[in-house]
Design a protein around this ligand. Structure first.
Ligand code: C2E
Ligand code: MG
Ligand code: MG
Ligand code: MG
Length: 291
């Protein structure tokens, strides 16, 4: 598919094409077993509240270490799973595992939110709500702590039923977020109708924000838009203190990125959460911390 091709860099030479198609068939052959035999794993990246000055949640990110090809990016194997009809079983595994791991963290008194990425294909398969309900029941995680992250491509699909499914998740008490916001196809009119509580601002907006005043102005208007629509805004991919300063100055209240925490295995989370250094958020008065 166009999507899968666009994700890979090796397009130019004929040799690259052959290698890439060999890689693709190898991955396609091994993915079903990786799902059913427990060879996928999750890492969790902190989301930090600027006002709270602490970790307020985590996002679960799936990982696959292929025995021969090494680490495979989720962007690559999620696309494969979507094409090969494996996305529902894969997402079920992610939902069950993420909620179970997270419920154990919450049980230790750390009441954090859990973000789980969902493929639009899972929404289209019409079993997402049921799968979410089952994962919540099995894990005992309260619905209000689960944030379902959908990408903007739900906006492309002009399907009332998808919106109804998202609204059902909301009605269950889950938080719904729009991931990679600004990357693609957003229609502002449509955004206002979406049952969405959180906008996750795509990393593409964040990367140049400290050097590009026009980009910063754009982010400022997205933050205002979010506020107008009653949505929280999370900035993704925050890597530097300079980016953080601009984002906080524009009123962005939640940050996620390498600056405030890399993705880690669930076992490391208590240490990461308790050991979070609020100095990473700058000086509380808003003045940058000098280091
Ligand atoms: P995403 O949901 O937008 O996740 C954020 C991605 O940005 C993650 O990449 C994360 O590791 C990366 N990231 C976080 N902070 C920084 C930073 O400061 N700098 C840079 N350069 N990158 C940062 P990852 O884990 O490779 O995941 C890529 C995408 O794959 C995710 O984007 C999400 O769309 C998808 N994905 C991951 N796990 C799942 C899953 O369980 N299900 C589905 N359907 N998609 C998933
Ligand atoms: Mg996400
Ligand atoms: Mg994103
Ligand atoms: Mg992304």
């Amino acid at each position: 598919t166009v999507k899968a091709q666009g994700k890979n860099g090796v397009r130019a030479s004929g040799e690259g094409l052959v290698e890439e198609s060999a890689r693709r068939s190898r991955l396609a052959r091994d993915l079903p077993g990786a799902i059913t035999e427990g060879r996928l794993r999750l890492v969790h990246q902190p989301v930090v509240g600027v006002a709270e000055r602490r970790v307020i949640g985590v996002e679960a990110l799936v990982r696959w270490d292929h025995p021969v090809l090494g680490p495979v990016s989720p962007e690559e194997f999620i696309g494969l799973a979507e094409d090969d009809g494996l996305i529902v079983p894969l997402q079920r595994w992610v939902l069950e595992t993420a909620t179970a791991e997270h419920a154990r963290l919450v049980a230790t008194g750390r009441e954090l939110k859990l973000g789980v990425n969902i493929s639009v294909r899972h929404l289209q398969a019409r079993c997402l709500v049921q799968d979410v309900v089952r994962a919540l029941e099995r894990s005992g995680l309260p619905a209000r702590l689960l944030m379902i992250e959908v990408t903007e491509s739900v906006l492309m699909d002009d399907d009332e039923r998808l919106l109804a499914e998202l609204a059902e998740l909301s009605a269950l008490g889950c938080v719904v977020s729009l991931d990679d916001f600004g990357k693609g196809y957003s229609s502002l009119a449509y955004l206002a109708r979406l049952p969405v509580d959180v906008l996750k601002l795509d990393r593409g907006f964040v990367s140049g924000i400290d050097t590009d005043p026009r980009g910063a102005a754009l982010v400022g208007s997205v933050v205002d838009l979010g506020r107008t629509l009653g949505m929280d805004v999370v900035a993704e991919g925050v890597e530097t203190a300079a980016q953080r300063e601009v984002l906080v100055g524009l009123g962005c209240t939640f940050l996620q990125g390498w600056l405030t925490g890399r993705p880690v295995p669930a076992a490391d989370l208590p240490g990461v959460v308790d050991g979070f250094d609020p100095g990473l958020l700058g000086h509380p008065s808003g003045e940058p911390l000098r280091v």
